[in-house]
Structure formats: C-alpha cells, structure tokens
Ligand binder design. Structure first.
Ligand SMILES: Cc1cc2nc3c(=O)[nH]c(=O)nc-3n(C[C@H](O)[C@H](O)[C@H](O)COP(=O)(O)O)c2cc1C
Length: 263
C-alpha cells in the first residue's frame, strides 16, 4: 500500500508521482457509460500519450483503429459477443499487433523479411501492443474517463481481419471501450503481492496455494457483494471455469497462420 511518508519533498515532485499512482489504484473496468461523446481531439491526446510507451527496439509494432461509423461499429460489436459497453462507449478502439509497417521498411531496402513471421516477432508485437493499450487506459483514467478492454475481439479473428481490412502480419489483440462513466464498481481486489512478487526465484506451490486460499476468501466476499458467481465465488473456482473461454478460441491459430505468422 502507499505510505504518505514515501511522498515527501525529498522525492522532488512527490505530488505528481502520487497522482499517477492514485489513478492506477482507482482503476476499475467500466461497462456503463453516459452518452457524452469522446471527441477526436480528446482521443488524439490519449493516443499520443499512449505512443510514449516503450517498444521493442523502437519498432512500434502496433496499430490502433478507431471504430465509430455506426454500421462498422455494430458489426464489430457483434463479433465481440455484442457486449453492451461497446455500443455505449463514446469511443471504441481496436489494438492490433502490426508488423506490416516493418515489412514495408524491409521491402524498401530489399531485406529478407521472413523473420516477421517468427513467434519472436509476434511476441514482441503483442507486448508492444499491450503496453500502448495500458498507457492509453491510464491516460484516459487520469482525466476521469472509464475504459473496458475487450478480449472478445479474438472470438472471431478471421471476421475481424476482414471487417477492419487487416493486411498480412497484422492481427487484432484486443479492443478498448472509452467513455464517461455512468456507473462504476469498487476497485476489484488483487492477488496478494507475494503471489506475484517472487524473490530470487520462483515460489513453492505450497506457498502459492496458501496465497491463493487467502485471495479466494477476499474474492468470495467481493463476488457475493456483487451478486456474482453464486455457484462458487472463490477466485480459483471462477478461473478454473474460465478455461472454457480460452479453449473456445480455436480459430486463432489458423488466423495467425493466414496472417503470415509461423505459429
Ligand atoms: C486483454 C483484456 C481483455 C478483456 N476483455 C474483456 C471483455 O471482453 N469484456 C469485459 O467485460 N471485460 C474484459 N476485460 C476486463 C477484465 O475482465 C478486467 O480487467 C478484470 O476482471 C479485472 O477487473 P478490473 O479491470 O475492473 O480491475 C478484459 C481485460 C483485459 C486486460
């Protein structure tokens, strides 16, 4: 937890550090938005802040597609499990891992570009994309906007490629709804820090099981307060049930191959 004493004058502009960390602690995914628009000027501010993220070798291997035209938005929303927040959000963005731009660079210099299809290239592009996504989210939340990321953008990857006209070496990683919150939950508790912070090497399973038990107790109370997961509100039980969601996305491997990745 943040200790007030950490932010004294000796740290320089302590207030500024505090404001950023407070925004991060206040994060909660927002799924109900007002109908107030998120204009292009505001979007530009958020995306410019987003692009300040570090990227592998400055490759900047991502592309952000804003989707506002009614017919396209409705089509894409349907492909993303027709989640209500996509329709409601003032802005909806598709974040894509993108190595196409680099292929144009290699073409220009007549360099063999086959490395762009390697797992390593896909991994670095997905990491770049995730970092810019999180930067955009923090920028949005810093001015009071709410966000909800949409992994369901990988439910029908071939149709998404087609709807957005994605060339080879480009694939949608996730969507993001951005809008002015109409409603928002309390921040969701996280795993105890020890469960994710291992010192000098990986923790034993015995320790991890104890930490998971502790979190299960906290999340059971949280889920009960939200009226969610009445069957078994423990985090470990909810996550075990989520395996279905992962195994349902069987099409992704084929689409990655069609897009030029050798996975
Ligand atoms: C890559 C990614 C994809 C997600 N996809 C969805 C989604 O399709 N629909 C949704 O309602 N929430 C989605 N979420 C939000 C998560 O459910 C949420 O971040 C998680 O439950 C933690 O809750 P919090 O963000 O409110 O702290 C996604 C989050 C991430 C990072």
């Amino acid at each position: 937890m943040i200790d007030e004493g950490m932010f004294d004058a000796s740290m320089g502009d302590g207030a500024r550090h505090r404001a950023t960390i407070d925004v991060m602690h206040g994060h909660v995914s927002v799924r109900k938005f007002t109908d107030e628009p998120v204009g292009d000027e505001l979007l530009e501010t958020l995306l410019e802040a987003g692009t300040r993220a570090s990227t592998s070798s400055n490759m900047q291997s991502y592309t952000i597609i804003s989707i506002s035209e009614a017919e396209l938005k409705s089509k894409v929303a349907k492909l993303c499990a027709d989640q209500a927040q996509i329709h409601e959000a003032g802005a909806f963005l598709a974040f894509c891992a993108d190595l196409h731009r680099l292929s144009l660079c290699t073409e220009r210099f007549e360099v063999d570009s086959s490395a762009l299809g390697l797992e390593e290239a896909l991994m670095l592009a997905v990491v770049d994309t995730a970092l810019v996504m999180q930067n955009v989210a923090v920028a949005a939340e810093s001015i009071g906007l709410g966000v909800c990321m949409i992994g369901a953008m990988r439910n029908h990857p071939a149709e998404i490629c087609e709807a957005l006209g994605l060339p080879k070496h480009v694939v949608a990683v996730a969507g993001m709804c951005i809008g002015w919150p109409a409603e928002q939950n309390e921040p969701k508790p996280r795993l105890p820090l020890d469960a994710i912070w291992h010192r000098e090497g990986y923790r034993s399973d015995v320790e991890l099981q104890e930490l998971i038990d502790a979190y299960d107790a906290i999340m059971s109370v949280y889920h009960e307060s939200q009226g969610r997961h009445p069957r078994d509100p423990r985090w470990s039980a909810v996550m075990s049930r989520r395996m279905d969601g992962i195994s349902a996305r069987t099409e992704l491997g084929d689409v990655l191959r069609t897009q030029g990745f050798r996975v």
